[in-house]
Ligand binder design. Structure first.
Ligand SMILES: *Cc1c(COP(=O)(O)O)cnc(C)c1O
Length: 321
């Protein structure tokens, strides 16, 4: 089955740009480094969830939904992009957010409010544990709700990132192939899509996810989640490929103090990119993933003869939280 069998709504500007980080390469005495700017997808300050939501909201609309539900941390980039996408598609949106309602709305949460979505506070549950009761409440008042999975990481979100690899290949036709593609991995859809897209495009790049989250979806589970999504999405596209454990490179060396805990690694990476390139990274995802890349360069796991692509997955508003 062809990817065109899965409809999508247009929510962003694609292809996202690629630029070379020559100051950073020079500063680190390292490899050629390029950056894919998915922080510039155009939807409400951008991010990787825009690609996934193009397919997922099209599915919601096709199923006649009038209300969107999703969940995440209180500063979730996924929730903010979902709220904006729902506004654009004129669907009601409910967010189930971890923690307690703060006195002041900042960063992503300020934007959630601006998009006029309904926020529900779930205490310790930031991964949508309470979603069933919210669905029941909405159905009871006559709504037809559609649940966007945590992080937009289902098969449709995976297909979106398979397509993103085709986009990358087209942008890079006249240049040397990337040796490594490095990015922040958390709920697995981006990672699964990139390994699926690698097979679809027959690229040779090593797909290197930097794990962001320590607990909850633990390492073993995230590996399994990525494999399951990649294999299911391959099946949906009739791609004859079976992904196995060694296809998933998930580096857990940098998950530090756990989800969202900003340390030296993240701070150094954020300052370095700002100072050397005028580029903004976020404290939770891209700061950590770039910190990991910088460390791998310093430890010579990635050498100066390599040609690295850092996939910037967004997160800008979290910097203002
Ligand atoms: C969600 C998110 C990621 C992780 O993507 P997954 O597909 O959930 O693994 C990375 N970076 C940012 C900024 C995100 O918001």
């Amino acid at each position: 089955m062809n990817v065109n069998n899965y409809p999508k709504v247009s929510l962003g500007f694609f292809p996202t740009p690629i630029e070379e980080l020559s100051n950073l390469s020079k500063y680190l005495g390292g490899p050629k480094i390029s950056i894919k700017r998915d922080d510039q997808t155009g939807l409400a300050m951008g991010g990787n969830k825009t690609r996934k939501l193009e397919y997922i909201l099209a599915d919601a609309i096709a199923k006649g939904a009038d209300t969107i539900i999703t969940s995440g941390a209180s500063q979730s980039n996924h929730c903010r992009q979902t709220a904006a996408a729902a506004a654009k598609c004129q669907l009601e949106c409910h967010l189930l957010l971890g923690g307690e309602e703060p006195d002041h709305c900042r960063g992503n949460l300020l934007l959630d409010k601006l998009f006029d979505c309904h926020t529900h506070w779930a205490g310790a549950h930031r991964k949508g544990e309470d979603i069933e009761s919210l669905i029941a409440q909405l159905i009871a008042v006559g709504k037809n709700p559609y649940v966007v999975p945590y992080g937009g990481s289902n098969e449709l979100g995976t297909i979106a990132f398979g397509e993103a690899m085709k986009e990358l290949q087209q942008q890079n036709v006249n240049s040397a192939e990337y040796s490594h593609i490095v990015f922040a991995s958390s709920s697995g859809g981006t990672h699964a899509g990139l390994i699926l897209g690698k097979v679809i495009t027959a690229m040779n790049s090593q797909i290197v996810g930097i794990s962001i989250d320590k607990e909850g979806i633990n390492q073993r589970n995230l590996n399994e989640q990525i494999l399951m999504l990649a294999n299911n999405a391959a099946g949906m596209l009739s791609v004859e490929s079976k992904f196995i454990e060694r296809d998933v490179i998930l580096n857990a060396d940098y998950s530090g103090g756990g989800y969202g805990v900003v340390g030296e690694l993240e701070n150094e990476a954020i300052s370095m990119l700002a100072k050397q390139e005028g580029i903004i990274l976020d404290p939770v995802y891209t700061g950590r993933a770039m910190g990991g890349l910088i460390d791998m360069i310093r430890c010579n796991k990635i050498t100066s003869s390599d040609n690295v692509l850092f996939w910037h997955t967004g997160g800008t508003p979290a910097l203002f939280a």
